[in-house]
Design a binder for this molecule. Structure first.
Ligand code: TRP
Ligand code: ZN
Length: 889
């Protein structure tokens, strides 16, 4: 069936649904190859749109019932129990249109047949391994049955599943199991009922032969909840960390937000085939297996932390997403930004807040800032889209979380809690907008967010410039701040007019004796050593009193707003802050800024006055590594090429790469003994110890190996090889292997072969093996990646493999951006090959090509040529099509 031609959907065109669904009954008959779905919908006309019911309603328009469906083989349509003849309804494109009876309520029955084995898009009902599972967000439910597939239609679901008992011993859906029975012909049946009305995107079904790991959690009010993790047989031993993380998340949400779980069972299913991280389906989460399975031998420290975060994220959605959901998909950040904020607060409470913040901001600068500077620039609440899958972005998620974090900063923890209480009191059980959220936060916390709302409508990264002066005789310190946001690309017109935003600026003044007490002009007494200023104008001045000697200002402490700061700090000021700032994030950021200045100067072939200051600061942090190994590991890591590139008009591919490598080599040579000591004497991992110090020591050791590898030589090679051979966990093994790759193929190849031999039966470790090679800096890396696409362990139907190998290659700066354009050609070929298989994944890869404006003229042409070649494909998906339309304008 042809799908409707893609059209642009606008936020302001929102209309409430013409029909509501009270109850859904779904009966899945799982056959040997196909699945029959019988659906019964109890529909209702909302009072206001009943024909003739209100003066505003137009009877003709509101009487047609239009349902969404895609790729459905329709066998039966019936209204109030009477079969409709095919000429009394129309199926065109993705719509089924019919004229329902005139009463207030009526029932619609449909029967469709699905072929889940042919579903390679992994949306709707599909096969992963031997199991059947579903992915319905955002618009996958329409691939299962005809429905009003929009989040503001919330209904009670009952689901019947019948299948062969041997092939599918486990049959799950949302809510409570209310009936289970064996059937004569080797089949069995389960019946599920979800008491909570929900939008269709939260529906889930799983059928398979899965192993169970189960524990009980007792809620604050004393209810027992069964936590059930369903995994492939043999993986039961790898869910301990995810289970423990879930318990911690449940207890945390009770303690911090007063939110309890609301059903007796919470299921988590691990799938090897999954487009994204995980999905918060009501009481039946489906997870990408990489965010469930872990043991120290196969999962890195980063994997362990990511599992904790994603498990918490999906759990937190039960309130922020499920109990209160989105009115329409433009409101996506309502649930995603808020839930990322919540999972970050949780991770910060479970681990080290300062380190967490450093890692969050590193991610934002490497991922979201570039998005703001691309044709995909959009506000956290977009105004239009063609394919909603394209808007599960760093902007909606991460910048969205930063926006919530700013509200938290302005409200304070208690005020924020009162605001959240107000939000749930008002909107539990509803599908609402970002505006509803802000209004509840304003009322609950007693805030005025009138200007702050601009964060929801304005795209782009604001730039704040800071100047200051100290008046010794008046003992005042005057801080002058200006803000501007450059026009963003994007849509036909982009967003050219930018207004000043409300920025919370957390400021400290650091003197030689540490933080000064802060008293703003007009105040009687000092109020702490960090003050949150509200910058609301394009330009504003703040005066601090009682400042006897000139301090160094520490601005945007904890990264209090997602902006680029340009401050008149000298290199010596930065080195001072790196040592003396009480704010861990700003200590780290001062070091990053110092390194950035050195690297940018070297890229532009200029002498760098700060070079010596930077080199000695770096050596100093390294020499003191034992006082705080985790912080040292973060501080010693040079800024990544993606964040560096954002600081320049045109991304200088080769210079960026060679300057960074040259600086690393210089650091290795100057600090060779300390680096060898760190690489040799940091303790072997105590398996599974995830406290910040243990994690920090391993991170530091991997960093030392990486820096040493830039210097190379026989001693270094022997040291790294020893580390590789004696590593007892995946963090250490991968750290050493990655350093061997830096030494070149002669050192790397035997190690890569040994690694594969050891782990070829562990699917998730194979992905790491692919990803490492895709990121290597070898002359023939593109050819190697091409060869790997034909490796028996590679699989184009499994997104994790594609993200690791092909996605990994797009992040390989110099080789993806090869001057001959072959990197671009390869990716375009991959996008074309994948577009018909899995458009969602194809579009994620295509993103690597759309930022062509950021490169030199030759590369621009090469990239555009490939974009046009993709665009010429007839029948291109709306996913990839939308990106190309934006990129080529
Ligand atoms: N809502 C999911 C989350 O927790 C995102 C998600 C999972 C998703 N699978 C998807 C989005 C498929 C689009 C398509 O963030
Ligand atoms: Zn989410």
């Amino acid at each position: 069936m042809p799908s409707a031609s893609p059209s642009t959907i606008h936020r302001l065109d929102y209309q409430p649904p013409a029909f509501l669904v009270d109850h859904v009954f779904l009966a899945f008959e799982i056959g040997a190859k196909t699945v029959e779905v019988r659906t019964t919908l109890s529909l209702r006309r909302p009072p206001s749109v009943r024909p003739g019911a209100s003066p505003g309603a137009s009877p003709g328009a509101s009487n047609a019932l239009i349902l969404q469906g895609r790729g459905l083989d329709t066998r039966r349509v019936a209204l109030d129990g009477h079969d409709l003849s095919p000429d009394s309804y129309t199926i065109a494109g993705d719509h089924l249109t019919l004229t329902p009876p005139l009463g207030e309520t009526f029932t619609l029955e449909t029967t469709v047949v699905l072929d889940p084995t042919a579903n390679t898009a992994l949306e709707g009902l599909y096969v992963s391994g031997g199991m059947l599972c579903t992915q319905c967000e955002a618009e996958g439910f329409r691939r299962i049955t005809w429905y009003l597939d929009r989040p503001d239609v919330m209904a009670r679901f009952r689901v019947s599943i019948t299948a062969d008992r041997t092939r599918f011993p486990v049959l799950l859906s949302n809510g409570n199991l209310i009936h289970a029975e064996s059937l004569p012909d080797g089949r069995h049946h389960t019946l599920w009922e979800d008491p909570f009305p929900k939008p269709s995107y939260l529906f889930a079904l799983v059928a398979g032969d899965l192993a169970l790991a189960e524990e009980t959690f007792t809620t604050a009010s004393g209810r027992a909840v069964a936590l059930r993790f369903w995994v492939e047989h043999g993986n039961e031993q790898q869910v301990g960390h995810a289970l423990a993380s879930l318990r911690r998340a449940m207890a945390w949400d009770e303690r911090v937000f007063g939110l309890e779980y609301d059903l007796d069972v919470y299921n988590v299913v691990a799938a090897s085939h999954f487009n994204m991280g995980a999905m918060e389906n009501k009481s039946l989460n489906v997870f990408n297996a990489k965010y469930v399975l872990a043991r120290p031998e196969t999962a890195t420290d980063g994997d362990f932390l990511a599992i904790e975060a994603v498990i918490a994220h999906e759990y937190f959605h039960n309130w922020t997403g499920n109990r209160v959901t989105c009115r329409d998909w433009f409101q996506l950040t309502l649930k995603e930004g808020l839930t990322v904020f919540r999972d970050r607060e949780f991770s910060s409470d479970m681990n080290n807040r300062g380190l967490q913040r450093i890692q969050q901001v590193r991610g934002l600068r490497a991922g979201q800032f570039p998005e703001d500077n691309s044709p995909m620039a959009h506000p956290i609440r977009p105004d239009s889209y063609v394919e909603i899958n394209n808007f599960y972005t760093a902007t909606v998620y991460e910048k969205g979380a930063e926006v919530i974090r700013m509200i938290h900063t302005l409200a304070g923890p208690e005020g924020f809690r009162r605001g959240m209480d107000c939000y749930f009191a008002r909107h539990d059980g509803q599908a609402v907008t970002c505006e509803d959220f802000i209004a509840a936060l304003e009322d609950g916390a007693g805030l005025d967010l009138k200007q702050f709302r601009r964060w929801y409508s304005q795209a782009g990264t604001p730039k704040v410039t800071a100047r200051w002066s100290h008046d010794a005789s008046a003992r005042t310190f005057t801080l002058h701040l200006t803000q501007t946001t450059t026009p963003t690309q994007g849509l036909p017109q982009g967003q050219s007019e930018k207004l000043p935003l409300h920025l919370p600026v957390a400021v400290g003044l650091v003197g030689s004796g540490g933080d000064l007490p802060l008293r703003l002009a007009g105040e009687n007494t000092p109020g702490g050593t960090t003050r949150v200023l509200s910058l609301t104008e394009a330009e504003q001045t703040f005066v601090f009193e009682d400042v006897p000697t000139a301090p160094v200002p520490s601005l945007f402490r904890g990264f209090s707003a997602p902006v680029v700061v340009s401050a008149a700090l000298s290199d010596a000021d930065l080195a001072f802050l790196l040592v003396h700032d009480s704010d861990a994030f700003n200590r780290w950021d001062a070091g990053q800024e110092l390194a950035t200045r050195v690297l940018l100067a070297s890229i532009m072939g200029q002498p760098s006055p700060g070079q010596e200051i930077f080199l000695s600061a770096w050596s100093h942090v390294l020499a003191e590594w034992h006082t705080d190994p985790a912080f040292a590991a973060e501080a010693l890591m040079l800024p990544g090429t993606s964040a560096l590139g954002e600081r320049l008009e045109v991304i200088p591919v080769e210079a960026l790469h060679t300057s960074r490598k040259a600086l690393l080599r210089n650091l290795a040579e100057r600090n060779i003994e300390t680096l060898i000591a760190v690489a040799t004497h940091t303790p072997e991992e105590t398996a599974g110890a995830l406290d910040p110090v243990s994690v920090g020591l391993r991170r530091l050791r991997s960093l030392a190996l990486a820096v040493l590898a830039e210097k190379g030589g026989e001693t270094v090679q022997r040291l790294i090889e020893k580390r590789f051979q004696t590593a007892v966990g995946m963090t250490g093994q991968l750290g050493a292997l990655s350093a061997l790759l830096t030494l070149g193929t002669t050192a790397a190849d035997p190690a890569l072969a040994a690694f594969l031999e050891q782990w070829r039966h562990d699917n998730l470790v194979v992905n790491k093996w692919l990803g490492l090679q895709a990121g290597a800096d070898w002359p023939d890396v593109l050819e190697r990646v091409k060869t790997l696409t034909r490796h028996p362990l590679y699989n184009t139907l499994e997104p994790n493999k594609i993200y690791a190998l092909i996605g990994g290659f797009t992040a390989n700066l110099v080789h993806f951006h090869r001057a001959d354009g072959q990197g671009y050609t390869f990716i375009a070929d991959q996008v074309l090959a994948l577009d018909g298989v899995n458009p969602h994944v194809a579009a994620r890869l295509a993103r690597s090509l759309i930022r062509w404006r950021r490169y030199d003229a030759t590369r621009q042409d090469l990239m555009k040529t490939e974009l046009r070649r993709i665009q010429a494909r007839v029948g291109l998906s709306s996913d990839v099509g939308e990106l190309l339309a934006r990129a080529l304008g």
